[in-house]
Design a protein around this ligand. Structure first.
Ligand code: SAM
Length: 213
């Protein structure tokens, strides 16, 4: 579960709503918006439920979330969000057509955390089911940006200041994730029980689609 100070930084407005506004384009880039409206979809590490809300408003009927940090919005959401660790997903084998994980892989801290998560995704996905992931790679530009932001050198806008505060809150595990990226990267590409279907690395984010054969 994330700390109260992480939650204050992550859900600070207007930055939290600004991040939510960018989510739709990211889901479209992964092809999620083209999926069958009747598919069973699980959003892992779904936070407040922002991606689920966008999917619900676009007609997806069978969507659920799971996150370790409860949020008050869960109570009124028109979909169910479960409080749980995604390294042990509280669902039976072969339950979902699709699983998504957005901006959260680094919260799983290290190689072992990511591996447990991937094994769980493989277990709860139906055959031919897919896992969609977006997060940071430990690229030179990410490491430089995070260094500058944490030194408050590049914090020229409110959004960048807010992001620097989030980085500080996450640094205890984010730093380990960045260090272990050389092991995590091949895990995503060819060492996990899921097969790689698509990967794209942009300046700050990677997009992965993994499939259960
Ligand atoms: C940066 S937020 C991302 C939220 C959402 N996916 C989004 O893109 O807006 C990361 C989320 O991962 C959750 N989280 C971290 N470790 C977790 C774990 N082991 N199991 C379940 N959720 C976890 C946190 O509680 C937090 O809500």
């Amino acid at each position: 579960m994330e700390s109260v100070s992480w939650q204050s930084a992550h859900y600070e407005e207007p930055y939290s709503s600004q991040r939510k506004a960018k989510l739709l384009a990211k889901l479209a880039k992964l092809g999620v918006l083209k999926l069958d409206r009747g598919a069973h979809i699980l959003d892992t590490c779904c936070g407040r439920g922002d991606a689920l809300d966008l999917l619900f408003k676009r007609g997806f009927k069978y969507i659920e979330g799971v996150d370790a940090t409860p949020h008050p919005d869960w109570v009124t959401a028109p979909f169910k969000i479960h409080e749980s660790d995604v390294r042990k997903i509280p669902f039976a084998d072969n339950t979902f057509d699709y699983v998504i994980n957005l901006h959260a892989l680094h919260h799983l801290t290290d190689y072992q955390g990511v591996k447990k998560f991937l094994i769980e995704c493989h277990r709860v996905l139906k055959p031919d089911g897919k896992l969609f992931i977006i997060d940071f790679p430990a690229s030179p530009q990410i490491k430089l940006l995070f260094f500058l932001l944490r030194k408050r050198i590049f914090t020229i806008t409110g959004g960048l200041k807010n992001f620097a505060n989030i980085l500080d809150e996450e640094w205890s595990y984010l730093s380990k994730y960045l260090q272990e990226w050389p092991a995590i990267h091949p895990l995503l590409q060819h060492q996990c029980p899921l097969d790689l279907e698509h990967s794209k690395q942009e300046f700050f984010l990677f997009y992965y689609i993994l499939v259960k054969r």
